[in-house]
Design a protein around this ligand. Structure first.
Ligand code: HEC
Ligand code: HEC
Length: 292
């Protein structure tokens, strides 16, 4: 302010005016707060430095690169490499630790179960169900009833080499087709089916000949299923004394199987999945609830 424009104080607010006036309306001199101004200047400075250092101004293809050469895609691949490095350590440990010891190391167990769960969802769930609950012809992996054994190294061997999978190290052997191959007639098959149902605790149906069924069973079935009908993991013959069935518990289901035979195919996974993944799967399946 100078002598030509003396400072004028607005009479209502007591604030100095800037001396500008339009049609009798005067402008009060209320400058912006200092802190606000400095924040504003600081953000301008920051933005300038940022534009120089980092990719910023969009061009037709991509953007100005910035002096630091930083790239979002590179940042992602660095993060992924870091993740691989941490997981790589665990995966190596998984490959090097005996299966049983994995389960007694809580950290490694939890890592194995997570890796196993993920691989199961990708590779096994289509046949065994999302939770390993199985369906007709595809075994329930939660139940403590195993064709090929429920110890962790038995489960591992089944996953590694499969059953009737074409892998010579895999499980072989079939349930013979007693009817189709003319070994038993329909009456004998009906009786042995009655006997098999009695093994699992089902009450005998009307007209069932369990006594003759027992004779047929002893002559034809104990070789594989055992005298007590509890099966044999060497030949993958089912335990017939439980309430869990691979092909169904009704008399028709059993007659059909004894007539036509069985031989489910479980693919082999060695060479298709990495060794640590197969081990993670074995641990995952073993700890689902039915493991021995
Ligand atoms: C194409 C379908 C299919 C896929 C995929 C499959 N399985 Fe199987 N699996 C089977 C069948 C069928 C059997 C039963 C074989 C038999 O009847 O002897 C079986 C049996 C098993 C058994 C033995 C069960 C027992 O009672 O002893 C285990 C363990 C198993 N599978 C785990 C897996 C895992 C883990 C995967 C994923 C890597 C997998 N399976 C993928 C079809 C499949
Ligand atoms: C050479 C060995 C062998 C003989 C002998 C044999 N079985 Fe089997 N049986 C098997 C095998 C192996 C399986 C499992 C097949 C599979 O996993 O697909 C099986 C499965 C079954 C099943 C299906 C169980 C389920 O969970 O659904 C029944 C029932 C059965 N056998 C009854 C009999 C009867 C009855 C006889 C005698 C008449 C007999 N088996 C003789 C090997 C045999």
């Amino acid at each position: 302010m100078d002598a030509k424009h003396p400072v004028e104080i607005d009479e209502f607010t007591g604030v100095a005016t800037t001396g500008h006036e339009w049609d009798g309306i005067k402008e009060l001199n209320n400058p912006l707060p200092r802190w606000w101004l400095w924040t504003f200047y600081a953000s301008i400075a920051f933005a300038t430095v940022y534009v120089v250092l980092y990719p910023a101004i969009p061009l037709v293809r991509g953007a100005t690169p910035g002096l630091l050469g930083w790239h979002s895609r590179e940042a992602v691949s660095q993060d992924l490499a870091a993740l691989d490095a941490t997981r790589g350590g665990e995966m190596e440990k998984l490959a090097a630790t005996p299966l049983a010891a994995i389960e007694s190391d809580p950290k490694l167990l939890s890592f194995a179960r997570d890796a196993g769960r993920a691989a199961f969802a990708d590779d096994c769930a289509p046949c065994h169900g999302a939770g390993g609950q199985g369906s007709i012809g595809y075994p329930n992996l939660n139940a403590n009833r195993w064709l090929w054994g429920g110890k962790v190294d038995q489960i591992y061997a089944t996953i590694e080499h499969g059953a009737r999978s074409g892998d010579p190290k895999g499980h072989q052997g079939l349930m013979p087709a007693f009817g189709r191959d003319g070994i038993l007639d329909d009456a004998k098959i009906s009786h042995v089916a009655d006997y098999v149902r009695s093994l699992a605790g089902f009450p005998a149906a009307k007209g069932a000949d369990v006594a003759d069924g027992l004779k047929v069973f002893q002559a034809n079935c104990v070789v594989c299923h055992g005298a007590d009908g509890k099966g044999n993991v060497q030949v993958g013959s089912a335990n017939l004394t439980t309430k869990v069935w691979l092909y169904g518990p009704t008399k028709e289901d059993i007659v059909k199987g004894v007539w036509g035979g069985h031989g489910g195919v479980m693919p082999y996974w060695s060479g298709r999945l990495s060794e640590p993944t197969i081990r993670a799967l074995a641990v995952y399946v073993h700890t689902l609830g039915g493991g021995q």
